[in-house]
Design a protein around this ligand. Structure first.
Ligand SMILES: Nc1ncnc2c1ncn2[C@@H]1O[C@H](COP(=O)(O)OP(=O)(O)O)[C@@H](O)[C@H]1O
Ligand SMILES: Nc1ccn([C@@H]2O[C@H](COP(=O)(O)O)[C@@H](O)[C@H]2O)c(=O)n1
Length: 212
């Protein structure tokens, strides 16, 4: 049971810019002090729309870099529930089948909630849920190299499918929707998930929020 409303910290930026690594590093380094009742991570990717009703070959063509690919209303509603001290059932997404699994994960309210994803600032109601907005600003060519390596190993993709998707949707949507959303950020973090000074600054701010 929380006595104060959670602080919700959004971490956005291009695909493979280092959002997950940045969030996970802050989580791991604060976990010994805060414990599992102190800090949690929510991934925007979990809120990609379910596509069970669409054949797999068609799902492979979906534009996953457009705001309409996400159920942002559900994410906004669930963040609101967390601020009301309620436990949520967060969806679980599968990048191989391009839809949600039948599972959900229970996430209880914690004083600090890190939310990470590519289009967190694209929806006003969602954006207004955040107490702190961080943009990870990594050059797009670096992101592409990281994405190729990651998606081949972790998301079951071929080099051909990664480069086709990159040209068709990932790159254009970055310039249309993600890069302009930088203007909503309170803090811009250069380079990515290993910017040590940025990690220390955010950790210090979180400690201050927890101890006040
Ligand atoms: N600063 C960095 N230096 C080297 N590798 C990085 C750095 N930041 C992230 N990575 C790696 O790049 C890949 C994509 O990073 P990830 O955090 O998953 O990006 P995102 O969540 O923004 O899509 C991962 O394999 C991650 O370990
Ligand atoms: N079925 C899907 C769903 C999403 N993607 C890609 O994931 C990217 C966002 O996730 P990051 O961890 O990289 O931020 C996004 O760029 C989508 O293109 C996908 O390929 N397939």
């Amino acid at each position: 049971m929380l006595t104060n409303k959670p602080t919700i910290i959004a971490i956005t930026g291009a695909s493979a810019s280092g959002k997950s690594l940045f969030a996970q590093t802050i989580y791991d380094e604060l976990f010994p002090e805060l414990g599992e009742n102190g800090i949690s991570i929510i991934k925007e990717d979990a809120y990609y729309k379910a596509q069970d009703h669409i054949p797999l070959a068609i799902r492979e063509q979906t534009n996953y870099d457009h705001p309409d690919a996400f159920e942002h209303e559900l994410l906004t509603e669930q963040l609101h529930q967390l601020t009301e001290n309620k436990t949520i059932k967060s969806p679980v997404y599968c990048y191989k089948t391009h839809t949600r699994t039948t599972n959900t994960i229970d996430i209880a309210p914690t004083p600090i909630i890190l939310v990470e994803g590519i289009l967190l600032f694209s929806n006003k109601a969602l954006r207004d849920s955040f107490n702190m907005k961080i943009y990870i600003d990594t050059p797009l060519d670096i992101c592409l190299i990281r994405r190729i390596k990651r998606d081949m190993v972790e998301r079951g993709r071929s080099l051909d499918s990664i480069t086709q998707q990159y040209e068709k949707t990932v790159r254009p949507m970055y310039y249309q929707h993600i890069e302009p959303s930088k203007s909503w950020a309170d803090i811009i973090v250069t380079r990515g998930g290993k910017n040590r000074m940025a990690i220390e600054v955010i950790k210090a701010k979180i400690r201050q929020l927890i101890n006040k």
